[in-house]
Design a protein around this ligand. Structure first.
Ligand code: HSE
Length: 422
């Protein structure tokens, strides 16, 4: 059996997880998969740093060329994270004919064309199961298992940090800031949580997923993005009264050749399979015209779940007679700048006769039909009361136009959350 020499770019917790799996499962991989690996070099920033798994010092280097220009290394595993230098290193390795196995959604989503072109030109392999939803084999499912379908939509909880925060806000009625602080203390949110809580991480992942699902490139800057920082305990509580659970959803749909890709806080009915996905778990709910609905569920982050996907890709790369690239025919010519769904609208309205009918009139003038309405709590010291509307399906544009027509004197703090109920 040939032993394949590999190199690592980075060796934080995920790299240590990969090293650990190769050590502990190496014998089983030889017996079950007929592949054997040997690590040639590991690029790190600081060779003296203490790591979570004992890595022989002789493998560590701080010179990228020891990995990228080493002719004996056939497969490069990248887990440095971040956009650069990871993207340039991957392109350089691919151009040199080395296959890449990566967990890096940011580099891949922001440099998709260059990275895929480099792989296509050299014939080297490009594997990135770990870049979306950690251990969940969603890339493999879309590329290798659902080919006989036209995927019509996918909706995912693809960021564990925000799902943890929203789950606790829901179960405890807690405020965003308190739960975020707890998540940071527990290591479930970064000291700077922006990438997760503002939806950037989910947008990178959705760009990759929707590109593969619809076979047309969906650039990350075409993904509508809204995070969870504006969500309050009152939104979560009001949703509950309507039988709705709040999630940060990544939604991608193709309707009449137009693709919509969006990440935003979203209510789903309590009985929807995504509503029961709690804590830091991830799930992707896919709808295909032949397979119908299916849901992929599991751990979307963490060193060992991510290492599981990386080592699976490593084995796939090692066993491939010819490396396959996804069929992405062109850039999406048309991305939706509007979409239709049910909307949850919350506002502080003056508690006076006639206000409700004036607000309802603005919705009516934009063709938005109201399905239900509740008044929450009592009047505040400004004589205002919380009103919550649930609309029938309406376009985002018409909802925004209706809200723009509402005089601030009549109602303020207007706030919308989309509802996906299909
Ligand atoms: N921070 C991400 C999450 C994991 O919370 O899901 C890596 O994408």
């Amino acid at each position: 059996m040939e032993t394949i020499r590999i190199g690592f770019l980075g060796c934080g917790n995920i790299g240590c997880g990969v090293y650990r799996l190769l050590q502990t499962h190496g014998e089983a991989m030889r017996a079950n998969e007929g592949v054997a690996f040997d690590i040639g070099a590991i690029l790190v920033r600081d060779v003296a740093k203490k790591r979570s798994w004992a890595i022989p010092a002789s493998l560590l280097t701080d010179r990228a060329e020891d990995v990228l220009d080493n002719p004996d290394i056939a497969i490069v595993m990248e887990f440095m994270g971040g956009e650069q230098p990871a993207a340039s290193y991957m392109i350089r390795a691919l151009k040199a004919g080395k296959s890449i196995v990566t967990a890096n959604k940011m580099a891949l989503a922001t440099h998709w064309d260059e990275i895929v072109s480099a792989a296509r030109e050299s014939g080297a392999g490009l594997y990135y199961e770990a870049s979306v939803c950690g251990a969940i084999p969603i890339i493999r499912a879309i590329n290798d298992s659902l080919q006989a379908n036209r995927v019509t939509s996918l909706m995912g909880i693809i960021n564990g940090t925000t799902n943890y925060i929203l789950s606790r806000m829901s179960s405890e009625g807690a405020d965003y800031a308190r739960v975020l602080a707890d998540a940071q203390r527990l290591g479930l949110a970064e000291p700077d949580p922006t990438a997760d809580v503002e939806g950037y991480d989910a947008a990178y992942k959705l760009s990759i997923l929707s590109t593969l699902a619809f076979h047309r490139h969906v650039p990350v800057d075409c993904v509508y993005r809204e995070g969870i920082t504006g969500i309050s305990a009152i939104d979560v509580a009001c949703g509950k009264e309507f039988g709705l659970t709040l999630k940060l959803l990544a939604v991608a749909k193709e309707e009449n050749g137009v693709i919509q890709a969006r990440v935003h806080p979203t209510f789903v009915p309590d009985h929807h399979p995504l509503a029961s996905v709690s804590d830091a778990f991830n799930a992707v709910y896919v709808n295909g015209d032949a397979c119908g609905e299916m849901m992929f569920y599991g751990r979307g982050a963490g060193d060992m779940p991510t290492a599981s996907a990386l080592v699976s890709d490593l084995i796939k790369a090692a066993k491939a007679k010819r490396h396959e690239l996804p069929a992405v025919h062109s850039a999406a010519e048309r991305m939706a700048d509007d979409w239709t769904c049910v909307h949850f609208v919350r506002m502080m309205a003056k508690d006076e006769p006639g206000v409700l009918s004036k607000v309802a009139g603005q919705f009516a003038d934009e063709g938005v039909s109201i399905a239900s309405m509740v008044q929450k709590g009592r009047c505040n010291s400004d004589g205002r009361v919380q009103l919550v509307f649930l609309t029938h399906r309406a376009s985002e544009r018409s909802i925004r136009s209706a809200l723009a027509r509402i005089d601030g004197d009549l109602a303020s703090e207007l706030h919308i959350i989309r509802v996906e109920n299909e």
